[in-house]
Design a protein. Sequence first.
Length: 437
Amino acid sequence: MKIAMIGSGYVGLVSGACLADFGHEVVCIDKSSVKIDALKRMEMPIFEPGLEDLVAANVRAGRLSFTTELSAPVAEADVVFIAVGTPSRRGDGHADLSYVYGAAREIAMAIRGFTVVVTKSTVPVGTGDEVERIIREANPDADVVAVSNPEFLREGAAIADFKRPDRIVIGIEDERAREPMTEVYRPLFLNQSPLMFTARRTSELIKYAANAFLATKITFINEIADLCEKVGANVQDVARGIGLDNRIGSKFLNAGPGYGGSCFPKDTLALVKTGHDHGSPLRLVETTVAVNEQRKRAMARKVFAACGGDVRGKSIAILGLTFKPNTDDMREAPSLAIIQALQDGGAIVRAYDPEGMEQAGLLLEGVQYGQGPYDIAEGADALVLLTEWDAFRALDFVRLKTLMAAPVFVDLRNVYRREQIERHGFHYLSVGRPGED
Ligand code: NAD
């Protein structure tokens, strides 16, 4: 099939490269000439494990190309995907749909013949109706059906997630979309990934419900972690004890500094807004949003406590900035709020992240970036592990102790065991485990 992918960010680029790998002919389009020029030079504009090789192989095979010009690839395409950003609208938390609608208007002027227009971006219920209306209004002759096909891939494991998804959700209102969408995903279907066809609005809501549920699950275990600290229980054992129950499941039960990233924060907010707009408030999700927000400040307070209650003039070394490992995405990373709170408290912040420092540099002020864990630890009054990159899983605490001004280690991802660290003479704080006070 001929596919045009509009938006070549974390989702569009990975999806486009994977669809090309399935054997389709894919053109990835982006308004950003910086991104497209980089891609043409085979330089990846984002960090995602395995992406460079996948892109290179499919470009070589002649199935994948890049352009800033939407008209020709859209005219030729059987299926056009919209994978542009849907950030929170400034001020009210609604999803900002201006990029989606802008893309729909451009598509309208370019399509030729029967075309399936698929919204892969995460969009509120009813957006598909509006995409179809915009295209019909701008081009009354357009023979188009609008489909919802939300994406569930995770940054850091995006290729594997796209190629072996738990399910593919496709929301259609017109039966003519069924066959081409089945064709797009045929290789996955052969791998027995369930292809689930629903009504379009249902499909749109599935994505938000999934993300809100996962955000709530994380927030739940974070609150249980707080209680564990008060009562002397161990949140990791609690998580295992409940997670082994198949009805609960063991994933997303790692207590930590709160969820972040480019999806959960904006998607939970947008779902709350949809609930209000339709007179059907989602109080659980509202509370999840509020609890998660407070958590970041609570994590900063943990660092204050580790430093004897005051961080003024102290040097704090931060290991990990991205919201999770294996990505360079800094959008809504908990590190942003935690570092801000430390700086507000008068701390001097040094930081290291294997991939996130470039983007962090655009979002944070006054942070000194180092070359690695031992570099930033030099002279530090506390070392804080914020993101569980593999590179931080086997730190040399003997060396760290000789470098640091004070042996204080705050492990906000529970990567280490208390005895392991205290043995080296460190004061150790983690999340939701005995001995936190
Ligand atoms: P992104 O910001 O990385 O990429 C969006 C790209 O779209 C940008 O490169 C931008 O330049 C481009 N763009 C915007 N308008 C355009 C237009 N009219 N024509 C061509 N290009 C245009 O965003 P992302 O993280 O890939 O997310 C895209 C969507 O997928 C969002 O709705 C997001 O919620 C959803 N999603 C993201 C993830 C994730 O892990 N990042 C996972 C699942 C779903």
